[in-house]
Design a protein around this ligand. Structure first.
Ligand SMILES: C[S@@+](CC[C@H](N)C(=O)[O-])C[C@H]1O[C@@H](n2cnc3c(N)ncnc32)[C@H](O)[C@@H]1O
Length: 269
C-alpha cells in the first residue's frame, strides 16, 4: 500500500470500495460533523443558488447535492466514483429532485460546455483529488463570467499529516498539535465516522473507509484559485456554534482550538 500510486484511478477505486457503507452511514446521519457543524456553516456561507445552474464537484452519493437542489439550484453532480454516482442516481430515482449525475473527474469537465453554469460548489472533495490546479481551471471554464466557485476542504493548516489532540491529565483537550505541514506526499487514511451510537456500531460492520489524501498548504489552495483566474471573494474558518459546543465535547474541541474546515468563495472575473 505504501508504494501505491495515488492517481485518479486509485482514487476512483478507493471511493468505489467506500461507496456502499459511506452511503448507508451518511444517510443514517452518522456523519455528525457534517450534520451539526460543517454543512450548516457551508449553507450559510454559500451564495444564493435559487434558480441557478449549479455543478457539484465530487458530489459523492449526493446527500449535499440534494440539499442544494432543495435550495432551488438546478443541480448537476459529478463524481469520479461510479459506485457513488450509482447510489446518487438510485436516490434521485426514488425521490426525484431533478438532479443530473455524471461519472467523471472534476479535472476533466469536457462533457460540459464553456460557461454552462452559474455556480460551482464542492464539499470536502477537492482535497481528495491529486490535481487541484487542473480542477480549478476546469471549474473556471464551465462557469459564466461572474459565476461563483464555493468549496470546503479540511483546513490545511490544522488537519496536517501529524495532527494530534493534546490532552491534560483529566483527558480535557487543551490544544491541537500540527506537524509536517509542508509535506505533500499523498497517503491513505483509514477511518470511520466516530460519532456512531453503540447500537449502530453493532448494526453496521465493515472495514474502515480508505481515503486517499493529498495534503496541501493554505497557499497551495489560495494560489491555485487565483492562478485559475478567479478573484478570491471570501474565506471562512467556521466555528461550531456555542450551543453545539456546549452540548458535545467532541465539537467543543473545534470551538475552542481550531477550525476543522476551510471555506473558499471565488468569482470568475
Ligand atoms: C469525502 S467525499 C465527499 C462527497 C460529497 N461532496 C459530500 O460532501 O458528501 C469525496 C468525494 O470526492 C470524489 N472525488 C475525488 N476525486 C475526484 C475527482 N478527481 N473528480 C470527481 N470526484 C472526485 C470521491 O469519489 C468522493 O466521492
Amino acid at each position: 500500500m505504501i508504494d501505491e500510486i495515488l492517481d485518479e484511478a486509485a482514487v476512483a477505486a478507493a471511493w468505489d470500495r467506500n461507496a456502499a457503507l459511506w452511503t448507508q452511514e451518511v444517510r443514517s446521519g452518522f456523519d455528525l460533523y457534517r450534520e451539526l457543524y460543517t454543512l450548516p456553516a457551508f449553507l450559510n456561507f454559500m451564495p444564493s443558488i435559487s434558480g441557478k445552474q449549479v455543478i457539484d464537484l465530487g458530489c459523492g452519493e449526493g446527500s449535499n447535492t440534494r440539499r442544494f437542489a432543495q435550495l432551488g439550484g438546478t443541480m448537476t453532480g459529478v463524481d469520479l466514483s461510479a459506485e457513488m454516482i450509482g447510489q446518487a442516481r438510485a436516490k434521485e430515482k426514488e425521490e426525484p429532485l431533478g438532479i443530473a449525475y455524471e461519472v467523471g473527474s472534476f479535472t476533466d469537465l469536457s462533457s460540459f460546455a464553456d460557461e454552462a453554469f452559474d455556480c460551482a460548489v464542492s464539499t470536502m472533495a477537492l482535497m481528495d483529488g491529486p490535481d487541484l490546479p487542473t480542477a480549478l481551471n476546469a471549474a473556471y471554464r464551465v462557469l459564466k463570467p461572474g459565476g461563483a466557485l464555493c468549496f470546503s476542504v479540511l483546513h490545511p493548516c490544522f488537519i496536517t499529516p501529524a495532527i494530534r489532540w493534546l490532552t491534560d491529565e483529566t483527558g480535557a483537550y487543551h490544544g491541537l498539535r500540527v506537524g509536517r505541514y509542508f509535506e505533500r506526499t499523498p497517503f491513505i487514511e483509514y477511518w470511520r465516522f466516530s460519532r456512531r451510537s453503540d447500537e449502530s456500531r453493532r448494526q453496521v460492520a465493515g472495514e474502515p473507509f480508505a481515503v486517499p489524501r493529498f495534503p496541501r498548504t493554505l497557499s497551495d489552495y489560495i494560489n491555485a484559485v487565483s492562478e485559475a483566474g478567479f478573484r478570491l471573494a471570501r474565506i471562512e474558518e467556521p466555528r461550531p456554534s456555542e450551543d453545539m459546543a456546549r452540548k458535545h465535547e467532541w465539537l467543543n474541541r473545534w470551538y475552542q482550538h481550531a477550525p476543522l474546515v476551510l471555506f473558499i468563495l471565488a468569482v470568475k472575473s
